[in-house]
Design a protein around this ligand. Structure first.
Ligand code: ADP
Length: 373
């Protein structure tokens, strides 16, 4: 035999072996459809994944299709047809049933080749991966997240009921004391002690609400119930209530709104966003005055909350809207890092956005933008 020919043959054999090894270890097969002759070729690895012998297969696409899960077959055919009529990459995850009682997940990825200077596809080829293990892990993770969320929900509701009773009782005690024993109420220990206890209860109650909302968001259950209202009026009411808390921390809140800002939003949820921003402005605002403004342009309403506190560095700014992210981890000031995550999700559900401008040691300005329509 010609030594050159034998050398080429040896190299070909070696690369086929390397390819076989790569396909096997990557749990991957290859497929190649000739669209002119309608014939299909598959690697032996793909047939192994499908649980089909070379004899059974015998170049028939129907043999492979017969193993596709009936609920995924239409989806698969639609995706293939769409790919054949475009030059997009075809990528699809679907289930196959290689033998009775066995189900596998596969991910197929491929692309068409076109005749020169023609829009007609002549070949459609690609690879298929066995992703059963990955899917099993994903499903186990999903189930774990679901049961965690259910636990949060049940524990949250169980905690909320006695907490609400406790809050009401405290309010009654405070009222009675104020009316009947004003002298006792005025004493530092009793009056301000009661106020402190109510603040702590409010804080616990907000943490529970935030955890419940977080699980609603991760399950896609956060519902928005819209109604027409004046954002300016709502903000003014929230700030009046909030001033009591702010003043007890010695913080002045300035509010500016000169016009009606009417829109169809979820008032309960927008109030929650404003409260989250105000609480942060107190927490991180170094006790300096907080400025709130409601305004609008032709398309959007704007709710601005500005403080003159510790600020957030430009590197940290993108992550403060993520779940459980806190820039400073001192538990003394930070919460559990859910307020901005929830606010961001609420605003997104209104097709709006929150912008953040901030400089370390100079303060932060959050602008909530809500479409008027
Ligand atoms: P938290 O409950 O920890 O305050 P948030 O989601 O409301 O959670 O905020 C996330 C983090 O962003 C905070 O822990 C804090 O580090 C930072 N942050 C939020 N608001 C401000 C602000 N006004 N000034 C400085 N840092 C802030």
């Amino acid at each position: 035999m010609d030594p050159l020919y034998s050398d080429v043959e040896h190299q070909l054999k070696q690369s086929r072996e390397s390819l076989d090894f790569a396909l096997k270890s990557g749990r991957m097969g290859t497929w190649d459809i000739n669209l002119e002759t309608r014939t299909i070729q598959c690697s032996k690895e793909m047939l192994e994944i499908w649980g089909v012998s070379a004899e059974e297969f015998n170049g028939q696409r129907s043999v492979l299709q017969s193993k596709v899960h009936p609920d995924d077959l239409q989806r698969m055919n639609d995706a293939i047809n769409a790919a054949i009529h475009s030059d997009h990459v075809y990528e699809l995850e679907y289930r196959i049933l290689p033998s009775p009682g066995i189900q596998k997940w596969v991910m197929s990825r491929g692309r068409c080749t076109f005749a020169p200077h023609s829009p007609i596809a002549i070949r459609f080829a690609g690879v298929v991966f066995d992703i059963t293990d990955k899917k099993a892990k994903e499903e186990a993770l999903d189930a774990a997240i679901k049961s965690r969320d259910q636990f949060y929900m049940i524990a949250g509701h169980e905690l909320k009921t006695p907490l609400t009773c406790l809050q009401l009782q405290m309010q009654v005690i405070e009222f009675e004391l104020k009316q009947k024993f004003p002298g006792a109420y005025a004493s530092e220990k009793i009056g301000s002690g009661l106020k402190k206890q109510q603040e702590h209860l409010l804080r616990i109650s907000r943490i529970i609400d935030n955890v419940l909302d977080e699980s609603k968001i991760s399950e896609g259950r956060l519902k928005i119930q819209t109604e027409l209202f004046n954002l300016c009026e709502m903000a003014s009411e929230v700030i009046d209530r909030f001033k009591v808390i702010a003043e007890s921390s010695g913080v002045e809140v300035q509010f500016h709104c000169t016009q009606k800002v009417l829109g169809t939003w979820d008032s309960f949820r927008i109030e929650q966003v404003l409260l989250n921003l105000l609480i942060n402005a107190i927490r991180y605002g170094k006790n300096k005055p907080i400025y709130v403004e409601v305004t609008k342009d032709e398309e959007n309403a704007m709710l601005i909350v500005r403080d003159q506190g510790i600020g957030i560095s430009s590197e940290d700014q993108p992550r403060v809207f993520e779940r459980f992210e806190r820039v400073i981890s001192e538990n003394k000031i930070s919460g559990i890092g859910l307020g901005l995550f929830i606010s961001h999700n609420i605003v997104q559900a209104h097709r709006g956005k929150i912008l953040l401008k901030s400089k370390i040691d100079e303060g932060s300005e959050f602008t909530v933008i809500l479409p008027l329509k």
